[in-house]
Design a protein around this ligand. Structure first.
Ligand SMILES: [Zn+2]
Length: 320
């Protein structure tokens, strides 16, 4: 049995940092509901599709925007996720730190994009603040964290341990993971314990053209994802961590659904629902860590699946 984590990073962006207060209501509507002539395809559709297959996804919600615009919009997001039996966990984009109405730190000097740019003490304050906001918004049990842009470091895990948050899922071997100071000299593909926290790394695979990619809903074809899941099971993997975002079911302009990705999520959920004896789709609540003693190799990707992905991506670019 393979534990599968369908993780969805939930965040709102206002297309730059000017006129934020004016732009926020429209940004919120787009990112959370995503209205299109064919219906809503934002976060609301994501939770609907998972719930309609009886699956629980992990929604890593970015709450720091509420230090600018108040807790009510965050409450709306949390209610939407929890009402459909999905899990709310904590995501943090430090780009919001200098936009807060009340200073979050003693010294805030402009924008610092990544959590890893902050000291241990500052990271601890910011993560604690994010959790407090989610509590206030109606998410009482936060036990997992993911840094914005996967830009964490070892201090992030120390901060989480201090705050009693036992799980992290910020390690991405294709991005800043190898530079995080966590397991130096090793590429993490399976859960380990570090600094008193259980790290659940993103699942990565060989892309068939000489590099590696992480498993992401909008960047892998359906057949490729299905193949990767079977291969992870065959190779004795203990966990599979898939990435998505609240806006991945929309086209880039957020005006129309991306029908290829919508179909892909529906097919993936139907597949996981049919194969519950092999794949245990779950969240971090109630999780007993199943740690690996040795790190496996990245999953291979079959050539024809890579070709199919490239074709699908081409189709989306052309018709989005
Ligand atoms: Zn993010």
């Amino acid at each position: 049995m393979l534990d599968v984590f369908i993780t969805v990073d939930v965040e709102i962006w206002c297309d730059g940092w000017k006129d934020l207060d004016q732009k926020f209501p429209d940004a919120f509507r787009k990112y959370v509901y995503g209205p299109t002539p064919r219906g809503d395809y934002g976060l609301s559709r994501h939770v609907d599709i998972l719930d309609s297959h009886g699956l629980t996804g992990v929604f890593f919600v970015e709450p720091l925007f509420a230090t600018r615009f108040g807790v009510d919009p965050l409450r709306e997001i949390v209610a939407m996720i929890r009402e459909q039996r999905q899990e709310v966990q904590l995501h943090l984009h430090t780009e919001w730190v200098d936009e807060s109405r009340v200073p979050l730190l003693d010294k805030v000097e402009g924008k610092r994009q990544h959590l890893r740019y902050f000291t241990l003490e500052e990271q601890t304050i910011l993560i604690d603040k994010g959790r407090e906001l989610l509590h206030e918004a109606g998410a009482p049990t936060i036990n997992a964290f993911r840094a914005g842009s996967f830009a964490f470091n070892r201090d992030t895990l120390r901060a989480l341990a201090t705050l009693g948050i036992p799980f992290d899922s910020s390690y991405n071997a294709c991005l800043l993971g190898p530079d995080s100071g966590v397991a130096p000299g090793e590429v993490l593909l399976e859960p380990i314990e570090c600094e008193g926290v259980y790290e659940y790394p993103m699942t990565i695979f060989s892309d068939g053209v000489g590099g590696h990619r992480h498993a992401q809903l909008s960047a892998c074809s359906y057949r490729e994802l299905e193949g990767l899941l079977w291969r992870a099971l065959e190779n004795g993997y203990r966990s599979f961590v898939l990435l998505s975002h609240n806006f991945e079911l929309l086209n880039r302009g957020k005006t129309r659904p991306d029908s290829v990705v919508v179909r892909r999520l529906e097919k993936l959920c139907a597949f996981l629902d049919r194969n519950r004896d092999c794949f245990n789709v779950r969240g971090f609540h109630g999780l007993t860590p199943n740690l690996s003693t040795a790190q496996p190799k990245p999953l291979p990707s079959a050539g024809w699946k890579t070709a199919e992905r490239i074709l699908e991506q081409f189709y989306r670019r052309r018709y989005r």
